[in-house]
Design a protein around this ligand. Structure first.
Ligand SMILES: C[S@@+](CC[C@H](N)C(=O)[O-])C[C@H]1O[C@@H](n2cnc3c(N)ncnc32)[C@H](O)[C@@H]1O
Length: 247
């Protein structure tokens, strides 16, 4: 298997030279099944050179992006659900705090995620394909979270699909904590399949638009449109904004 950097470079050159069209959703569904080596697999979802590096980064992302927020200690810890779990690095963190860590995704290599989770001693997770999300019982989840995922959707309707399920799934005390790709201009910007480059962001939402969208059905508890790229050193600016809400 060629390395990811080369693969992305080759895909982008081919696209530019031959105007090759890439189906955004299919690229997220199909590409991971080509990775059987654990580091290559994890690297597709979040750049890494080793399993150890993935674990260290996951621990820091979990701590700074989720656990440090004031609502976290007060949450019941029965079940968490990650939207877009990828290789499973954040699920392995959630599993330390919650009785069950559920995940939904669209990729076609859940067996490698299961292998990663089992290598980390995680025995309390359950993975579902996005189309099986209806199997998770109503009002059963105390934390629904998502990180570096909403920016990879190919249409705004996918946000509404998840907002509908979040509404159904959240326990009365539960919260949803969602990071999304921000559009610094007004409204929503979606990349077309014609312009999409492998692994790039494709959905950009003006933070105010997201706030309006969520506020129609939920109680917004926290909202941040400027976040540090590196939360440990508190430097740079992330491409993501964050919204935290309950019913
Ligand atoms: C950049 S990876 C991030 C994975 C993980 N959240 C992490 O932080 O390591 C983006 C993930 O979003 C998933 N994804 C893309 N579109 C999705 C959708 N419509 N529903 C669920 N997951 C999706 C991809 O398959 C991939 O696992």
């Amino acid at each position: 298997m060629e390395n990811l950097g080369f693969r992305i470079f080759k895909a982008r050159v081919t696209q530019k030279l031959f105007g090759k069209r890439l189906d955004i959703r299919k690229s997220w569904e199909d590409t991971p099944k080509g990775y059987q080596d654990m580091v290559d697999f994890l690297n597709w979802f979040d750049a890494t050179k080793s399993v150890q590096e993935t674990i260290v980064k996951a621990s820091s992302d979990w701590q700074y992006r989720f656990e440090k927020l004031p609502h976290f200690p007060r949450l019941p810890k029965r079940a968490a659900l990650e939207i877009g779990f990828g290789g499973g690095r954040l699920l392995s963190q959630a599993a330390k705090h919650f009785e069950t860590a559920y995940g939904v995704d669209i990729h076609q290599n859940f067996s490698m995620t299961k292998k990663f989770l089992s290598s980390q001693g995680v025995g309390n997770s359950a993975l579902f394909h996005r189309d099986e999300i209806g199997r998770i019982p109503d009002e059963s989840i105390d934390l629904i979270y998502s990180f570096i995922v909403f920016q990879h959707f190919d249409k705004i309707e996918e946000v509404d699909f998840y907002l509908d399920h979040i509404h159904r799934l959240l326990s009365p005390e539960g919260v949803a904590h969602i990071y999304f790709g921000k559009n610094k201009n007004e409204g929503i910007k979606v990349t077309s399949d014609d312009d999409f480059l492998l692994r790039d962001c494709s959905l950009f939402i003006n933070p105010k638009s997201m706030l309006d969208r969520v506020s129609k059905r939920f109680q917004v508890l926290s909202f941040q449109d400027v976040l540090p790229r590196d939360p440990v050193t508190n430097t740079g600016e992330s491409v993501q904004a964050m919204i935290l809400f309950g019913k």
